[in-house]
Design a protein around this ligand. Structure first.
Ligand SMILES: Nc1ncnc2c1ncn2[C@@H]1O[C@H](COP(=O)(O)OP(=O)(O)OP(=O)(O)O)[C@@H](O)[C@H]1O
Length: 341
């Protein structure tokens, strides 16, 4: 069912417009505090919001009065799982079916069906306070799905889980999201690529980019979205074989086949750190920069410049203090330029 939302939660500085076509997943991608949980809670009716929320042909917000949370037909899996502590796992999962009028017996059968779906049948008789974080997340997912929601909201479903548990949860979520309308809050680019057709990048309560995942995360328009995608962004004018920045740097690049740049028009490149290397001399095509920060990264070091970032071996990073002048050049093939009009 299609979701269209334009909502404001003024007290938390959140003001967003989102749209999620029927049967697709939107990743809400942003750093801590960007407002992801607030958007999900506002959609679910758990925090008061102004604006308009339409789910299919039902107006949940923006009509005479907001539809209360329990009538929205929205399932939410929050970061703390929010299960009912005094009930068993089976009764937690059967809560939605029971509330919709099923007999106790039928709701238990339904709960067992969903517990099988999330591979948690062995937990059915446990009380929820005895569950690990990963187990609680599975049960919360089963509980949300058992209520047959029109929209599923997942808030950082893989955060704070061990590697193996998170991997299993990713594959489970991948299978339940197929053909469903869903919004997935995450700060991981991997989740957006793997699970969502579209992405909305959230910066301080505002959507700075919204579009197909591959487009937004490989050809970003804003420095913020580029950073979330693990890239840098240089914008300039396309000459046919180079990008000329407002600072006058000419960076040799090739025209990408997607959103092909046109001569004399605005274009951008968004290289990943590993696509650039440090060069000691200001050679033609190298981009001058200054070190902003240096951080350990994997078995090497990531140099964050004011304009670009690159990964180097630890021995190359010696002496690269904030403010130091550096030059960066493409490490292999020239970067791909794309139109940004
Ligand atoms: N219960 C609350 N009461 C008041 N302000 C809140 C509450 N929860 C969050 N906020 C504020 O709302 C803003 C958005 O926070 P939110 O939790 O929605 O961000 P987030 O992107 O989900 O971050 P995280 O990934 O850390 O959960 C922040 O400024 C935060 O301090």
């Amino acid at each position: 069912m299609r979701l269209e939302a334009a909502l404001t939660v003024a007290a938390r500085g959140v003001d967003v417009t989102l749209s999620v076509p029927d049967g697709t997943t939107l990743a809400l991608l942003g750093p801590n505090g960007a407002g992801k949980s607030t958007v999900l809670e506002a959609l679910a009716g758990m925090v008061a919001a102004e604006g308009r929320i339409a789910l299919g042909d039902r107006l949940l917000l923006g009509g005479p009065r907001p539809v209360p949370s329990h009538r929205r037909r929205i399932g939410i899996v929050t970061q703390d799982s929010a299960l009912l502590p005094s009930l068993t796992v089976r009764d937690n999962v059967g809560f939605g079916p029971r509330a919709s009028g099923m007999t106790r017996e039928a709701s238990r059968t339904e709960a067992d069906r969903w517990l099988t779906r999330v591979d948690a049948t062995d937990l059915a008789a446990r009380t929820v306070d005895s569950l690990s974080g990963g187990q609680a997340r599975r049960v919360a997912l089963a509980r949300a799905l058992a209520a047959t929601p029109d929209l599923l909201l997942l808030d950082e479903p893989f955060a704070a889980l061990d590697l193996e548990v998170a991997t299993a949860m990713r594959s489970l979520v991948g299978s339940v999201l197929a053909e469903r309308t869903a919004v997935l809050a995450t700060h991981e680019v991997l989740d957006a690529f793997a699970l969502a057709q579209d992405v909305a990048v959230l910066d301080s309560g505002r959507v700075v980019e919204h579009g197909p995942t591959e487009r937004v995360l490989t050809r970003p328009r804003t420095a913020f979205a580029a950073r979330m995608a693990g890239r840098s962004l240089l914008v300039g004018t396309w000459t046919g074989h180079a990008l000329v920045t407002p600072e006058g740097d000419s960076v040799p690049a090739s025209a990408g086949s997607e959103e092909k740049p046109r001569e004399g028009e605005p274009a951008a490149i968004a290289p990943r750190p590993r696509e650039l290397r440090l060069v000691s001399e200001p050679t033609p095509g190298a981009i001058p920069d200054r070190v902003r920060a240096v951080e350990p990264h994997g078995d090497g070091v990531r140099i964050h410049g004011e304009r670009l970032a690159t990964d180097v071996d630890p021995e190359q990073a010696v002496g690269l203090v904030p403010g130091a002048r550096i030059h960066l050049a493409p490490a292999g093939d020239p970067p791909r330029a794309y139109a940004v009009t």
